[in-house]
Ligand binder design. Structure first.
Ligand SMILES: NC(=O)c1ccc[n+]([C@@H]2O[C@H](COP(=O)([O-])OP(=O)(O)OC[C@H]3O[C@@H](n4cnc5c(N)ncnc54)[C@H](O)[C@@H]3O)[C@@H](O)[C@H]2O)c1
Length: 360
């Protein structure tokens, strides 16, 4: 009987076969057998191989008095108590780079899916529809990709993106300038990357420094335009939902964000619960832009957003109060309120102003 190796998580069959064909190893697989079977197997184990499911805790290591090594098939050691392993003198191995290529290709797959709207189009077709116009996409070619973290995965993403005709810029304070230079990637400060990129992809480990690297303030630096709409579910203007959805679909790819804020301050037409409003809009008008929770738009309890919007863009004759549902506000890329539109203004009539705002 050779050295015992316990494989606690599912490994690729060829990896397992390689271990089994190596002489001097006694390979025991405990996948799906429960914690007691794992502890039993560990009693005589010299090595433990895991992926991300098994938590290698102090308790588990205590059940393995002969353990000399823990190997994580992949990268990241979140599931392993490194401090305890160190205290016990057990080295922990990872396989950096093992799935870098898969992760990089997956990042590109997600970008392409978004650009070509593949998930929504596939869903629509599965429902028996054939609505090609609605799912018109946009190209990656000619766009700027901002990579946060130009390590193993970020580097592969950069090369693939360049093959797609993208300009690649990156943030990585630790990578050598010559590495970026050889890739043809400009290393820039975070704020510049966020301001210039059309697409942003993150390939940095989660640490205290990188947690919330992207926050509300930084989202504000990214390219976009925003349309904020005040809506309710049951008044004469509700067909405007369809027009707003069309704006969302036409300009969403170019950075327009349409937000709907239901309220019940006009004619006591209760808009229903937040879920009912969302369902009403979705079922009747195919709304896919975000419908926010119900708020007050006028009066002492008015939401701060609406206090600001009405302050920045008063209505006719300087009146700040909102007179009816479907009053609309167009916000520019710099966060300034560009224009207020009356409830009667159809969404289609905003198209020209939106194009101008997006081109600014
Ligand atoms: N989703 C998946 O399937 C999958 C697969 C593999 C890896 N990952 C994760 O992807 C991440 C990157 O993996 P990798 O193998 O490329 O790692 P890596 O260590 O090769 O690269 C990370 C890069 O981030 C940089 N970095 C660190 N702190 C930074 C900061 N504050 N600002 C900017 N850059 C910073 C480092 O200098 C390094 O170049 C890891 O968190 C890893 O766990 C995910």
């Amino acid at each position: 009987m050779g050295e015992r190796i316990v494989v606690a998580d599912r490994l690729a069959s060829n990896g397992l076969a390689l271990l089994r064909s190596t002489s001097g190893l006694d390979v025991i697989e405990t996948v799906g057998k429960g914690p007691d079977a794992l502890k039993d197997a560990l009693l005589d184990a010299a090595a433990l191989i895991v992926r991300s499911e098994t938590k290698v805790t102090g308790d588990l290591m205590a059940a393995a008095p002969k353990l000399r090594i823990v190997a994580r098939a992949g990268i990241g050691t979140d599931n392993i108590d490194l401090e305890e392993a160190t205290r016990r003198g057990i080295p922990v191995l990872t396989a950096p780079g093992a799935n870098s290529n898969s992760a990089a290709e997956h990042a590109l797959a997600l970008m392409l899916s978004l650009c070509r709207r593949i998930p929504a189009a596939a869903q629509s077709m599965a429902e028996g529809k054939w609505d090609r116009k609605q799912f018109e996409g946009t190209e990656l070619r000619g766009k700027t990709l901002g990579i946060l973290g130009l390590g193993r995965i970020g580097t592969i993403v950069a090369k693939i993106a360049q093959a797609f005709g993208m300009t690649v810029i990156a943030l990585d304070p630790f990578v050598l300038a010559t590495h970026a230079l050889s890739l043809g990637v400009d290393l820039l400060p975070l704020e510049t990357v966020l301001g210039r990129a059309d697409v942003i992809t993150l390939h940095i480990a989660l640490t205290e420094d990188t947690r919330h690297l992207l926050n509300a303030e930084r989202f504000g630096l990214m390219k976009k335009g925003m349309l904020i709409v005040n809506t309710a579910s049951a008044c004469g203007f509700t067909p405007q939902f369809a027009g707003l959805e069309e704006l969302h679909e036409t300009y969403g790819n170019r950075g327009l964000v349409v937000l709907g804020f239901p309220c019940n301050q006009f004619g006591a037409q209760d808009a229903g619960s937040n879920d009912e409003i969302a369902e009403f809009c979705q079922l009747n008008y195919g709304v896919s832009f975000p419908m926010m929770a119900k708020i007050d738009v006028n009066g002492a309890q008015a939401h701060p957003l609406y206090q600001w919007l009405t302050q920045e863009a008063p209505g006719l004759l300087g009146s700040k109060a909102i007179k009816w549902n479907f009053t609309k506000f167009l916000i520019g890329k710099d966060g300034a309120v560009l224009k207020r539109y009356a409830p009667t203004a159809t969404p289609a009539s905003l198209a020209k102003d939106i194009e101008t705002a997006l081109a600014a």
